[in-house]
Ligand binder design. Structure first.
Ligand code: FES
Length: 234
């Protein structure tokens, strides 16, 4: 039985008048760098569906701030994520945004260092290696990965807290009656937003603008047409 709205986890939205962020939060390069450090490089981020990487050797790259990550399915079927950066001189390893590796190795296009799909450096083409060089010291930088109901999440923190699921906002409601595992990707739309990321999120998280801006949507979802949202209208 669904809990009564008043019995759910406490409402976590604003309950009193708050000032908006200072304008610099939307355009200042230092503010953006801080956003990356304290939010984007420390949070669980959904990158794709498990089914998007259904076959062994399938990979996908994703950029978060200045960091490029490769997510792949290894030959044993395990999903893994690494910084898409060679340990030799930092070249980009996978140069396409998605596809299937041609071998069970990630080979750098620059000087051909090769890594297993577990991220271990396994081959260096040079015949003479410096004394003390040990391949075991140069694995790819691993990225934490967490699965939840068919979704693949990554977290760039060295030691992330918990899992993707443990980071969810409980007040957002219960999704257990929704068969998320059965979803398949039917269409992928990529859009570059020419604005600071917070502008988009703030807009997405309210629908007070919907009656004026999205009239068709408001006709389909009557509560949006009211132009007035209550706490538990979700
Ligand atoms: S930068 Fe990758 S092998 Fe040199």
């Amino acid at each position: 039985m669904q809990p009564n709205p008043s019995e759910r986890d406490p409402y976590n939205g604003l309950t009193s008048l708050q000032p908006t962020l200072p304008s610099a939060a939307y355009w200042d390069a230092e503010a953006y760098r801080r956003d990356l450090e304290v939010i984007w490089y420390r949070s669980w981020l959904m990158v794709c569906r498990e089914a998007d990487l259904a076959e062994p050797l399938a990979f996908r790259t994703v950029r978060i701030g200045s960091q490029e990550i490769v997510v792949l399915r290894d030959e044993t079927g395990a999903l893994r994520a690494f910084h898409n950066t060679c340990r030799h001189r930092g070249s980009q390893l996978c140069q396409e945004s998605a596809g299937r590796l041609k071998a069970r190795l990630l080979t750098c296009p620059y000087h051909a260092w090769s890594y297993s799909l577990r991220g271990d450096l396994v081959r260096v083409p040079s015949k003479s290696l410096p004394e003390g060089f040990d391949k075991a010291d140069y694995p790819l930088y691993r990225v934490a990965l967490s699965l939840w109901r068919g979704f693949v999440f990554i977290n760039l923190a060295e030691e992330p807290d918990g899992s993707a699921e443990s980071s969810f906002d409980r007040a957002s409601g219960d999704l257990s009656n929704w068969p998320l595992e059965t979803l398949v990707t039917g269409h992928r739309l990529t859009k570059v937003m020419n604005c600071n990321w917070k502008i988009f999120w703030e807009n997405f998280n309210e629908c007070l603008h919907c009656p004026g801006v999205h009239k068709d949507l408001s006709r389909l979802v009557p509560i949006y047409g009211r132009g007035l949202m209550a706490r538990h209208d979700d």
